[in-house]
Design a protein around this ligand. Structure first.
Ligand SMILES: C[S@@+](CC[C@H](N)C(=O)[O-])C[C@H]1O[C@@H](n2cnc3c(N)ncnc32)[C@H](O)[C@@H]1O
Length: 275
């Protein structure tokens, strides 16, 4: 798939997600723990930070920023900006711009760059390496990046194991299941085709209503999996070690923060400073 095809199939996924964003939850959206990591870093500059947000993550956009924070969000999806970018609770003057992260100015004009799950959208490792270099170039010398990654386990787990845990009620929610399933279908590679994840889901869950009844889950939330149906889009799920190697090219790792929610170890926030 060339870069243009990659972008258009990926944009279609985010168009679908924009229509159902309220049904998506942690760990695919940041938990209060993850938001607190960003909050603490933002408060550590001793000045109101200039913040660049990759995407329109509402939990991050609306956190209790230091007074005077200048927040700019960049997202390629008009639909995500229209549906998901909050209308209230933002710091004064916050803007969301339609734009490609490939065109981020490397002008050292940001104190803080935040990305929640953004690297799942990019080809691994080359697309990720390109974005990491641009994030480093966008940061002031004493700047920080807080990047939450979705990672797969070092050893892949069988899809049957995920299915068992699902039907036995061991999973915290449908979004937790989705992340487990994405990684199980990815197996030992860093990328997973969404159509394959949907097919695996249909095998595991032939009767959604039965699953909803058994676990007390909302059918509409289960239905969010249909954004993956037949999609040629590919998500990237490196291991945590692969992430550590990739970020080391342009950054020093200040901290890796892991929450206490189920599967938090697969959603580490890397706090980084540019080399
Ligand atoms: C930030 S990521 C992950 C979602 C995240 N966990 C959240 O809670 O918001 C999703 C966003 O990235 C955007 N995106 C993906 N690739 C992009 C690119 N190359 N340039 C700009 N936006 C991009 C998509 O349009 C989508 O809105």
């Amino acid at each position: 798939m060339d870069a243009g095809d990659w972008a258009s199939v990926m944009d279609e996924v985010w168009r679908s997600h924009s229509r159902q964003w309220a049904l998506v939850g942690p760990p695919l959206r940041p938990s209060p723990f993850d938001v607190a990591v960003v909050h603490d870093v933002a408060g550590g500059f001793g000045r109101p930070p200039r913040v660049l947000l990759l995407g329109v993550t509402p939990e991050v956009a609306c956190l209790a920023w230091p007074v005077g924070t200048r927040l700019r969000a960049v997202d390629r999806s008009v639909e995500m900006i229209g549906e998901v970018w909050p209308r209230h609770g933002l710091p004064e003057g916050a803007v969301a711009e339609v734009g490609d992260w490939e065109a981020l100015p490397m002008d050292r004009g940001a104190d803080l760059v935040v990305a929640d799950g953004a690297f799942i959208c990019l080809p691994w490792p080359l697309g990720a390496a390109g974005l990491l270099a641009r994030v480093a170039g966008a940061l002031a010398p004493d700047g920080r990046a807080v990047l939450r990654f979705f990672v797969r386990p070092d050893r892949s787990e069988p899809i049957d194991q995920v299915a068992d845990d699902l039907w036995m009620g061991r999973l915290a929610g449908f979004n937790t299941f989705k992340l487990r399933l994405l990684a199980a279908v990815a197996g030992d590679g860093p990328q997973v085709r969404l159509a394959d994840v949907h097919e695996a889901f249909e095998q595991i869950v032939p009767d959604r209503a039965a699953l909803a009844r058994r676990l007390g889950w909302d059918l509409a939330v289960i239905g969010t999996i249909d954004a993956y149906r037949g999609s040629e889009a590919v998500y990237a799920l490196p291991t945590r070690d692969e992430v550590a190697l990739a970020v080391a090219v342009a950054f020093r790792v200040e901290a890796v923060c892991v929450g206490d929610y189920q599967l938090a170890e697969r959603c580490p926030s890397f706090v980084l400073s540019p080399r």
